[in-house]
Design a protein. Structure first.
Length: 412
């Protein structure tokens, strides 16, 4: 029995380490993975590393790209958040609130002043503050803009669609008891079992207490290595992974026959590394091919043609976990017909309202200025097109676009 238990524990530990390495490799950029491989090769004699000679993927009549084409100023957390804001069509007022919040984050990603101070400083209404903060909470990394740890944890839970009032109450009132393992107090107060408390603790441990972890604050210039190239060939999008930048690794044959425990461990580590890198390539290619399908019009026409797309959408299509998609696209760039872009920029929260706003803008721009369209008439226009949009919704979108009311637009 002791032997069986020990064997199960060792297998579980090995599996956990294997999964951890695989997940870490998946989220590494090409340049980070190259550095990681080289460090592992120095420690592990079982690994044999070879380097590819870069081959040009450009036709002879095309201009060979300069290395400086791939030098970019790496974005700060503030830059990254403001870039996400740039893809949203929101009113200038709401945008100014969001930008004010973003520029008042501390190094952890928490809001360094209270929401009440923001509201007073910008003379914002309660509804405007709520709308702006809902937008902030929808940005990545999730939890940004929280006022404290408790709010941060709850925002992340809501983002994972975990709505549990007792769990929220535990976070609001008993985090200290949870940390001290005073489970009996929590059990009595919340009327839940010790097992349920342990389940809640497991969920909480999956959350990030510091939303800005992994993001830098200062300016930094990096040489960006594209993970892949998405190009238009014969009116079709073709994804080509940039495998040449990562050294090729294989088992060093001169050590294969070694039988020491150390060599067996090195062999296991080497095989796991090779398997994890191969899995990284497969997952990245699958995700990019799906993105090419979902955001096809962007690659042909540009940023204005991005569609609503979330990590969950891609995860569902590929039957993968949302966290796997997040790791796959993190800190990675690709070459596209629209230039070098971060893969994350292909994920858009909501484009349906953007399309509606575009139509509203077009209708008002072409209206008879002596008899401008009312919100009711615009609503009727959409209804005739098979799209039921209430008059008050039209009014809301019009105001967000900064367009005056019918009476104010009328030219006598």
């Amino acid at each position: 029995m002791d032997f069986t238990l020990k064997l199960k524990q060792e297998m579980k530990l090995s599996l956990t380490q294997e999964m951890k390495i695989s997940m870490n490799i998946l989220q590494m950029s090409s340049s980070n993975l190259k550095d990681f491989i080289e460090k592992e090769a120095l420690k592990n004699p079982m690994l044999e590393v070879t380097y590819s000679t870069p081959s040009s993927k450009y036709n002879s009549d095309e201009e060979t790209p300069s290395p400086f084409d791939f030098i970019i100023e790496e974005k700060t957390l503030i830059d990254f958040l403001e870039e996400q804001l740039g893809y949203l069509k929101i009113s200038s007022k709401i945008k100014s609130i969001c930008e004010y919040v973003i520029n008042n984050l501390d190094d952890r990603g928490y809001l360094s002043i209270s929401k009440l101070e923001v509201k007073k400083a910008l003379k914002a209404s309660t509804n405007q503050m709520k709308e702006a903060m809902d937008i902030i909470y929808s940005l990545e990394p999730v939890g940004i803009g929280s006022e404290n740890l408790k709010e941060n944890l709850k925002i992340q839970l809501i983002g994972k669609n975990i709505i549990d009032e007792k769990l929220f109450s535990l976070i609001d009132n008993y985090l200290e008891e949870l940390g001290d393992k005073n489970y009996s107090i929590i059990s009595d107060k919340l009327n839940i079992s010790i097992e349920q408390i342990e389940d809640y603790l497991y969920i909480i441990k999956t959350l990030e207490p510091i939303p800005a972890r992994g993001y830098f604050v200062g300016n930094k210039t990096n040489y960006v290595v594209p993970e892949a190239k998405i190009e238009i060939i014969d009116e079709e999008l073709v994804v080509t992974l940039n495998e040449e930048v990562i050294p090729k690794i294989k088992i060093n044959n001169s050590y294969v026959s070694a039988n020491s425990l150390s060599d067996k461990n090195n062999m296991y580590t080497a095989l796991n590394l090779i398997k994890s890198i191969e899995k990284r390539y497969i997952t990245l290619e699958r995700v990019l091919n799906q993105l090419a399908i979902k955001q096809k019009t962007f690659f042909f026409k540009g940023k204005d043609f991005l569609h609503t797309l979330t990590l969950k959408d891609i995860a569902r299509e590929l039957n993968l976990h949302e966290s796997t998609i997040s790791r796959t696209v993190r800190d990675k760039f690709i070459e596209t017909p629209q230039g070098m872009i971060a893969i994350k920029s292909l994920f858009i929260l909501n484009s349906e309202c953007l399309e509606i706003k575009k139509v509203i803008e077009r209708l008002i721009k072409s209206e008879n200025k002596s008899s401008p369209l009312s919100d009711e008439k615009i609503s009727l226009y959409f209804k005739n097109k098979g799209c039921n949009i209430a008059r008050r919704t039209i009014a809301k979108y019009r105001e967000e676009l900064g367009i005056a009311s019918t009476r104010e637009r009328k030219i006598k």
